[in-house]
Design a protein around this ligand. Structure first.
Ligand code: FMN
Length: 299
């Protein structure tokens, strides 16, 4: 997640056994990315040596593949140096990027919001798909998750991750039952001790419910979901927001940071988030809820 996900969050997630990810653009300046990867790689290797019975999960780096991202080449070189196991690509599918990641033994997962983009991503060599559906935090899609998974599973046997308002273990099981392999969870991890977010933002996630989420393209030119309370705090009327100018879209080295710092991205699933807690506790809770949901359904 832009701004929110840094090494602390990613390391805690991987140690807890789930894939932790962060956008390369969060490391500013670009040279910091190398330091972050060094730290993540070393800390996870140390954890694995000390906990052979509970090894860490691999980590992922998100690349924003958009013409305004002037760091893409440099960030990819850093990913190659550290042989990043999973690269998540957003906003553009590029064949040469997939080939480069495969060259060092990594895999690519591409963010998509409809079946047409899903086909394009696979044609360009993405290994797996992240279906970003309605109600997801950040740049959400518009499709219902059932509708989208059904369409993709009609023709794609590879790894499918489902994203959008998944916030408890039962919803993770639901994603799998619908045809996804993995659940892709964002907003609940904002309300963790390790997230790089203002305490008021974390509290906003704890207190917020689906009804508090506003879907607008005003802040980045692409439609996304945001906490109403931060829009009000910025002096805007969430019920009467103007349309944005898409030509102002900017995902480069400095672009858009202010919007995300002051206007808080969040998905609709946050009604299930009741406290700020450590990543380890959140993951334990998800696992317990998942087991309970399975037991209830399968006996
Ligand atoms: C504050 C915030 C920032 C995000 N930034 C990014 C990003 O930089 N790149 C990206 O691919 N997805 C980004 N996302 C989307 C997440 O990767 C994920 O798809 C989404 O959070 C899932 O929905 P959920 O929040 O309802 O769990 C962001 C989400 C949030 C809430």
């Amino acid at each position: 997640m832009f701004i929110v996900s840094g090494p602390e969050l990613v390391i805690a997630q991987c140690k807890a056994g789930i894939v932790g990810s962060f956008p390369a653009l969060n490391a500013r300046p670009q040279s910091l990315l190398d330091e972050w990867m060094h730290r993540i790689t070393e800390e996870l290797a140390a954890w694995d040596r000390e906990n052979p019975d509970r090894p860490s999960a691999p980590f992922a780096v998100n690349q924003i593949v958009h013409k305004s991202n002037d760091r893409l080449e440099a960030d990819l070189e850093t990913c190659a140096k550290w042989r990043v196991p999973i690269v998540i690509t957003s906003l553009g599918a590029r064949e040469e990027l997939n080939t480069a990641v495969h060259g060092w033994g990594g895999i690519t997962l591409h963010d998509v919001i409809d079946d047409r983009f899903a086909h394009k991503a696979v044609e360009k060599g993405a290994d797996g798909l992240i279906l970003v559906t309605t109600g997801a935090g950040g740049h959400a899609g518009r499709l219902n998750p059932f509708a989208f998974v059904q369409e993709v599973r009609d023709w794609f046997d590879g790894p499918v991750l489902l994203s959008g308002a998944i916030a408890n273990g039962g919803a993770v099981l639901g994603a799998q039952a619908a045809g996804a392999d993995l659940a892709y969870i964002g907003s609940p991890f904002i309300a963790t001790v390790e997230a790089n977010a203002d305490p008021a933002y974390k509290q906003g996630i704890v207190e917020g419910r689906a009804d508090d989420i506003v879907y607008t393209n005003l802040f980045t030119g692409v439609h996304g979901n945001y906490l109403k309370q931060s829009i009000v705090a910025a002096g805007l009327d969430p019920d009467n927001l103007p349309e944005s100018d898409p030509s102002k879209m900017n995902f480069g080295s400095g672009g858009g940071a202010k919007a995300w710092r002051d206007i808080w991205g969040s998905g609709q699933g946050i009604g299930a988030v009741r406290a700020v807690e450590t990543v380890a506790d959140r993951v334990d809770r998800l696992a317990a809820e998942y087991a309970a949901a399975r037991a209830r359904l399968l006996g």
